[in-house]
Write a protein that binds this ligand. Sequence first.
Ligand code: GDP
Length: 446
Amino acid sequence: MFDTLSDKLESAFKNLSGEGKLTEINIAQSIKEIRRALVAADVNYKIAKEFTDKVKDQALGIRNVLNAVRPGELMVKIVMDEMIQLMGGQSVGINTTGTPGVILIAGLQGSGKTTFTGKLAKYLKEKKNQKVLVAACDVYRPAAIEQLTVLSEQVGVDIYKEIDNKNPVEISGNAVAYAKKNNYGVLIIDTAGRLSVDQEMMDEIAAIKDTISPSETLFVVDAMTGQDAVNTAASFNDRIDYDGVVLTKLDGDTRGGAALSVKYTVGKPIKFVSTGEKMDALDVFHPDRMAQRILGMGDIVSFVEKAQDQFDEKEAKRLEKKIKKNKFDFNDFLGQMAQIKKMGDIKSLMGMIPGMSKLKDVDIDDNSFDKVESIILSMTPKERTNPELLNMNRKKRIAKGCGRNINEINMFIKQFDQMRKMMHMMSKGKGMQQLMGNMPNMKGFH
Ligand code: GDP
């Protein structure tokens, strides 16, 4: 996420690393680079200028006070604080009060409204224990109703739809009545979008809003479109005065301009960010965590939260026992891979770990997991619980079974052995240095 921006900012800070202290000259120089980086990331020039002016004032103000802090670090801290402010300071939650709480989803076609509706339904159901109903009000694109039906089944929530009714205002009103009657806690209304902002669409969404008086209106926008995203967000807000923004497609090579400038330009907070097509690729937006990610400091808090969501204490205890006895086997390994996969896309997880975001060509992706999985699945149950059994004949059979060559099987088994050894040593509390010497090389599986 925002790799280019991160790199450019990093180089602006790096130039300060040889300096003993912040001076007017080196501040001016790095300010110029920071501004360039922001503009290249599609932040509007006026915003970038105002931002860097503030950073400059602060840097000049404290440069003689904080002598103990290195200039580069001081600058990173100042930029981070300003970035957090630019993106709204605090995380703002959504309002689901009401019986039911009604959430209206608006945005252009293709921005990711329907996908987000599915994700939000899942989030409210699983994280907020809500009984959720989604309603399909996109009557222009027949596939949209079908798409929401599939997603609602996937995330396990009910859907309200009227196949023959072509009046979205009427359908939305009916959906609210239906949700009320059937005691749903939250109703999410997915609406139609057009390819560009037009009067008819604005009238329609405004009429829906008037009819159902939602507790929350969210505007969904594709972050890849940069400044256009911000402009569209502004014109929608002028007309329907929504409560918050959802930025989608932050997993692509989004430059960051939209995330950084939407709050400033429109005055409405970003509430969620969407980072993939899977139903759990949704994050509550936190300005501080986003700033840390942009500045290459990873987002360890989100990572830990994701890990905690998946964490099963009993299973962890069971594994700990097995590792202590050096009995960790291929089945346990499969189980662990499944856990990691559940956390989402591997690359985006890596991006959250400080330092890891720098590894551009990490050799681990969902694909390498599939390959390892296919190797393990070609083993007999006995082999899976007794890795020691794997002799040459067995390895050849496994290679045939999963369609890989024998080298790949050998490499994987070697890595597995090393990992097992390492975990065993860790469980006995061996020193870190000794562990590093035994670190398996995870490269080669792709
Ligand atoms: P709608 O027309 O606004 O309802 O948009 P859709 O929900 O149908 O999304 C349009 C396309 O974008 C679909 O192919 C989605 O799978 C994809 N999409 C939606 N959100 C994301 C996201 O966060 N990341 C990526 N990579 N694709 C997304």
